[in-house]
Write a protein that binds this ligand. Structure first.
Ligand code: URA
Length: 254
């Protein structure tokens, strides 16, 4: 017979899942805010303790603008992002999710933020939504292996996949803008509300989708996010119309 302990452990697990704990990471919790002992320098006994380095007056957006602006190519931009320490999301993420696909491709897709699978693999759109995105691209004979470059507004996974916060978007925006400049696509495909907010300054994807606009000096097509299409299959019809519009635009027909 199963013990009471077994049942209470199972109930505790179900409760944690209910709260959003969807992965088991290690036996012991990790305090990512703690400075590891290996980097704590012992203070020389004869000298007074140094005053803490104050971050007063440091504007994360200005730091991001300077770091992004100094990047001369995509590798430099990736390195600048990896070195950027002002975004709290970095502390909770496993990996930086910079991009996937073909740098310099005619089409650059801008998603919102990495989810669990993307965080684990360090690549955008590799989970269920990404698999749908690949199918959508294949339907117009495109792929990330040959003809599309993909990135996100945020390069680190927000905890529990919560929505990006305005300050996080604001400090990542200079990197995104430089990313677009360096990748230099012919067109941008902006998927989902948060990406529209970051690049077009507007939301309301149901109204925006399918209508060509401009972002960062490039023609831009807002589209439904593939994760939304997974939840609302009826909207795939609109997504198909948008894919045909993208294809026509690339052929110079629209
Ligand atoms: N959703 C996004 O917007 N981006 C990803 O990389 C994955 C899911």
């Amino acid at each position: 017979m199963e013990s009471a302990e077994y049942h209470s452990a199972l109930a505790a697990l179900a409760w944690q899942i209910e709260l959003g704990a969807d992965e088991c990471i290690a036996d012991a919790p990790v305090n990512r805010y703690e400075v590891p002992a290996s980097v704590q320098k012992p203070k020389p006994a004869s000298q007074p303790a140094a005053a803490p380095v104050m971050q007063v007056g440091v504007d994360p957006v200005t730091v991001a603008q300077e770091a992004a602006g100094a990047a001369e190519d995509l590798d430099g931009l990736r390195a600048a992002l990896a070195a950027y320490e002002h975004c709290e999301l970095k502390k909770g993420a496993r990996n930086l999710v910079f991009s996937d696909g073909v740098p310099g491709a005619r089409v650059m897709i801008v998603g919102e933020a990495p989810g669990r699978d993307e965080d684990m693999q360090g690549k955008p759109f590799v989970g269920r939504a990404g698999q749908l995105l690949d199918k959508m691209l294949a339907a117009i004979n495109m792929s990330r292996d040959e003809s599309v470059y993909i990135t996100n507004v945020l390069p680190w996974r927000p905890p529990q996949n919560r929505d990006p916060k305005p300050d996080e978007v604001a400090m990542m925006q200079p990197f995104l803008h430089r990313h677009i400049e360096l990748a230099d696509p012919d067109v941008l495909v902006v998927v989902g509300n948060h990406s529209c907010q970051a690049l077009l300054g507007k939301r309301g994807i149901t109204r925006l989708r399918g209508t060509w606009t401009e972002a960062r000096g490039k023609p831009a097509l807002p589209m439904f996010h593939p994760a939304y299409l997974l939840r609302n299959p009826a909207a795939k019809r609109d997504a198909w119309a948008d894919l045909l519009s993208l294809q026509a635009h690339l052929r110079g027909e629209a």
